[in-house]
Design a protein around this ligand. Structure first.
Ligand code: G3H
Ligand code: 13P
Ligand code: ZN
Length: 354
């Protein structure tokens, strides 16, 4: 079994200077596609499921699908990560069903809508870290609220995220506060706010430094060179997928995502985990639209889903190659959760202030 923790995977990525795409899984086809791309590029795999995805798929189906990926590809290190856990209970249930890593997103309160106070974020995150590290499981925390630097609006996507205006400083992680947050919580990875947001509508123009603050990432990295940084809302929203959707009955207004070059720049400054969901959804749904429009009498769901699987594989291959994780799988020997727990206890993996 090649289950790996986020901490071990990102430590390897940090040591060798590459980034890990964290792909959100929504159903069997998205999982199969991500795995096929990893297999073709000999990449380690970072699979993540949101709370909404857990509900959609059902925890038991999801658990066995994840374990099927581990069994089907025993040569690939695979990390199973909970995306945007909202409270300790959600993180605990993920740990109990076999996730090797959890995110405690304390930047919002447990309702996943209200921006939280700093002290709340620290204490909720620290309690998840305590429970998780005792089991060898990794924890990602988040500091700063995701939202648009163009409009000042927080982002609300599928019921997750703040819906309203925020001051610019709330939409950007403060580097000094980040140091304190990591020291007090002991998180293994830190998600930062730098102008990205979830979903397709991130920017109304190709982003420059005013609206995608890569300099903030560089400042955080300068203060926390050993902390693995995470970019949420990191889909590229490629033009070819917008065109595919719109050419086949869709009606997506022109939009811009995070250019791959900006992510490559981030990887040079400590970004190790790059969250991608929207691009997968667009590749899959655009392909389904195209197939259905071109095959109007078809109702074979395998035929309808197959072209999307191919497009998601191609997209994931490109991300694996551009972020540098292609070719790394065989270089990693996953440690068990027990071994990781021993390392936390021994203080070898300490990120928390002494
Ligand atoms: O956190 C945002 C991800 O894209 C997950 O979205 O909650 O609709 O699965 P979701
Ligand atoms: P995108 O919506 O840009 O794909 O971001 C996904 C994400 O951050 C999941 O946590
Ligand atoms: Zn996210």
């Amino acid at each position: 079994m090649a289950l790996i923790t986020l901490r071990q995977l990102l430590d390897h990525a940090g040591e060798h200077g590459y980034g890990m795409p964290a792909f959100n899984i929504t159903n069997l086809e998205t999982l199969q596609s991500v795995m096929e791309a990893a297999d073709k590029t000999n990449s380690p795999v970072l699979l993540q499921a949101s709370r909404t995805a857990r509900i959609y798929m059902d925890d038991i189906f999801l658990k066995h699908m994840f374990m099927a990926a581990v069994e089907r590809y025993p040569h690939l290190p695979i990390c199973l990560h909970l995306d945007h856990g909202n409270e300790l209970g959600t993180c605990m249930s993920a740990m109990e069903m076999g996730f090797s890593s959890v995110m405690m997103d304390g930047s919002l309160e447990a309702d996943a809508k209200t921006p939280s106070e700093y002290d709340y974020n620290v204490s909720e995150t620290a309690s998840v870290v305590e429970v998780a590290h005792a089991r060898g499981i990794s924890v990602e925390g988040e500091l700063g609220v995701l939202g648009s630097l163009e409009t000042g609006m927080g982002e609300k996507e599928d019921g997750h995220g703040f819906d309203g205006m925020l001051e610019r400083n709330k939409l950007l992680t403060d580097p000094t506060e980040a140091m304190d947050f990591v020291a007090q919580t002991g998180v293994d990875a830190l998600a930062v706010a730098c102008g990205t947001s979830h979903g397709a509508y991130k920017f109304s123009r190709r982003p420059n430094g005013d609206i995608l603050a890569m300099d903030v990432i560089e400042k955080i990295h300068a203060k926390l060179p050993d902390t693995h940084l995470v970019m949420h809302g990191a889909s590229g929203v490629p033009q070819y997928l917008q065109d595919l959707i719109n050419a086949h009955g869709g009606d997506m207004p022109q939009t811009f995502g995070v250019p791959l070059e900006e992510i490559e720049r981030g990887i040079k400054s400590g970004v190790r985990k790059i969250n991608i969901d929207t691009d997968i959804r667009m590749a899959m749904s655009g392909s389904m639209r195209e197939f259905l429009q071109e095959n109007r009498s078809s109702f074979d769901i395998r035929a309808i889903l197959k072209p999307g699987r191919k497009r998601v594989v191609d997209l994931c291959i490109e991300r694996n190659e551009r972020f540098g994780c292609a070719g790394q799988a065989e270089k990693i020997k996953p440690l068990s959760l027990t071994q990781m727990a021993e390392r936390y206890t021994a203080g070898i993996l300490r990120t928390k202030a002494a």
